[in-house]
Ligand binder design. Structure first.
Ligand SMILES: [Zn+2]
Length: 242
């Protein structure tokens, strides 16, 4: 199967979805409406640009921080509505840390976000390919790389490098250390907290690598995709944009 064929297959299998028995709606235009008003139209074509998508995420994080119970897009009606298709408005790469669930942090519901998570936001072929799928096939106009306070993956990388640990002896975790090591090395000798500096550097380096993607770079150059780095504060629940 050619690359193009595979992409089409993935698009057909993951994005569109087939009409299912027992549901009253089989197309986006006739999808079941949510029972409650929603700020995020469940099946509308994506009309947001990157700035609008970012504003929606920022507003969602403000709701999360304020503990306002306005999560309207997680119920049965929403689930039914998005079962026949999806139009997420942002792709987010975050850490696997159990304290940083992406949808909750941005107060978004079913069908809103393409979420990819790896320890320390480390990139590999699968992670990068999944992000490319989000922006190129699901057409999200925004790609966010979200680092977070006290990231254990970066902390472990610092400790491994300091101990001159042979990463080849640490199973696949060694791969993560190798992937995150450039961020740790970049902040060596800089003032401030070493771990915090490395977390921010890692977000920047990850964005730089993603900008080398032959899928992502042209979208950004054409103004169809906005790339943003961000930092989640465990202490406050706030997401601070880079
Ligand atoms: Zn982490």
């Amino acid at each position: 199967m050619s690359t193009t064929s595979r992409r089409r297959f993935l698009t057909a299998a993951l994005a569109a979805g087939a009409c299912g028995a027992g549901l009253s709606a089989c197309s986006d235009s006739t999808a079941v409406a949510p029972a409650v008003a929603s700020s995020n139209p469940p099946t509308a074509e994506p009309v947001l640009d990157g700035e609008q998508a970012l504003a929606r995420l920022v507003a969602g994080n403000a709701r999360f921080v304020a503990e306002r119970d306005e999560r309207l897009d997680e119920g049965v009606a929403r689930r039914v509505a998005v079962s026949q298709g999806q139009h997420p408005f942002a792709t987010v790469l975050g850490c696997v840390d159990s304290r940083v669930p992406i949808e909750l942090v941005f107060d978004q519901g079913l069908g809103d976000l393409v979420v990819v998570r790896s320890a320390g936001e480390a990139l590999d072929h699968s992670v990068t390919g999944s992000l490319e799928f989000g922006v190129a096939e699901l057409h999200t106009p925004l790609l966010v790389v979200l680092g977070h306070q006290r990231c254990g993956a970066l902390d472990a990388t610092i400790k491994a490098l300091d101990a001159h640990q042979r990463t080849s002896e640490a199973g696949q975790i060694g791969y993560l250390v190798e992937a995150l090591a450039p961020a740790v090395r970049e902040v060596a000798g800089k003032p401030g907290d070493r771990l915090t500096n490395a977390i921010h550097a890692n977000v920047d380096l990850t964005l730089a690598k993603l900008r080398q993607s032959t899928v992502i770079a042209p979208l950004e150059a054409a103004g169809k995709l906005k790339l943003v780095g961000a930092y989640y504060e465990l202490d406050t629940g706030r997401v601070v944009l880079s």
